[in-house]
Design a binder for this molecule. Structure first.
Ligand SMILES: NC(=O)c1ccc[n+]([C@@H]2O[C@H](COP(=O)([O-])OP(=O)(O)OC[C@H]3O[C@@H](n4cnc5c(N)ncnc54)[C@H](O)[C@@H]3O)[C@@H](O)[C@H]2O)c1
Length: 265
């Protein structure tokens, strides 16, 4: 399938989580669109990318090393790597929030004006306003290690860690929206509903009947194509004024709750 996007030719795009699922499909579409992709993952990436950089987002030293290993300037950063609520809660928070924040803050000065950062959150983070105080307290920690210390003082179970991690991604995105004025770089997040990837079974395990409800009410789960296309759209360098916002990509489920055509229970 030919990509409808035309703003990525010759652009240098860093993609985390490129080895599987949403990140893999996003990388394929970027390559079709003529981008030079720098792929970051803990696992090897079997696509013809410009550069593969191994990273373990649970280890700050490898994030630091990865940022230094990335060649040259960057146009777009796509933070896609993530783990589900079946993982150890501290691992979930490290990968989904602290690692994402650290990598972004290490790379921001190298992202060219006119560029973009897009983070993958989730509809699991939709209650961010209800938990804003707690989210802001974690995000007030200045760095990765102090974030880990805060999390050790505030233990939570796996399901809460996943929801909290995605609430943090939505709010961090809004905080990083200042990069448009400071660096000319837009920052947005997308929040998928259930997506057919290898970790969907983990989500069914940790979220349970609510996830089945989403699938039933919207008629199906998203494909990786549904999500990857929105990643490219939101991140496209031809856009200039979409900033600091979260785009729900859930077949309308969350808005359907407000619209009344989706019913809980
Ligand atoms: N699948 C869904 O239903 C769904 C729904 C909403 C949001 N999401 C989010 O989408 C993103 C992508 O998930 P996916 O569904 O494509 O899953 P996936 O498991 O197919 O891909 C996740 C990728 O992240 C990488 N990763 C995990 N831990 C890492 C670490 N410590 N260091 C470096 N890389 C690491 C994995 O190796 C993998 O390539 C995640 O942030 C996830 O939370 C997924």
């Amino acid at each position: 399938m030919t990509s409808p996007h035309f703003g990525f030719a010759e652009k240098r795009v860093v993609v985390t989580g490129a080895a599987s699922g949403i990140g893999y499909r996003t990388t394929e579409l970027l390559l079709e669109a003529g981008a030079h992709v720098v792929a970051l993952d803990r696992n090897p990436v079997d696509l013809k990318v410009a550069q593969f950089v191994p990273v373990d987002m649970t280890e700050a030293t490898t994030i630091d090393a990865a940022a230094r290993e990335i060649d040259g300037e960057i146009d777009v950063l796509l933070n896609i790597a993530g783990v589900p609520g079946t993982a150890d809660p501290l691992v979930t928070m490290k990968v989904n929030v602290l690692g994402l924040r650290m990598l972004t803050e290490l790379l921001i000065a190298r992202i060219r004006s006119g560029g973009a950062i897009t983070n993958v959150a989730s509809i699991a983070g939709a209650q961010w306003q209800a938990h804003l105080d707690e989210v802001q307290r974690l995000l007030a920690t200045p760095d990765y290690e102090s974030g880990v210390a805060w999390l050790r003082d505030h233990p939570m179970d796996g399901k809460r860690a996943y929801d909290f991690s995605k609430e943090c991604v939505v709010v961090l995105t809004k905080q990083h929206g200042r990069y448009l004025r400071e660096h000319g770089v837009r920052v947005n997040s997308i929040s998928p509903g259930p997506v057919r990837t290898p970790i969907l079974k983990d989500f069914r395990e940790s979220i349970g009947p609510l996830l089945d409800l989403v699938t039933r009410e919207t008629g199906r789960d998203a494909t990786v194509d549904d999500i990857a296309r929105v990643m490219l759209f939101v991140s496209d360098p031809v856009l200039q004024w979409l900033n600091a916002t979260d785009v729900q990509v859930d077949g309308g489920f969350m808005s359907g709750l407000v619209g009344g055509w989706v019913k809980l229970g």
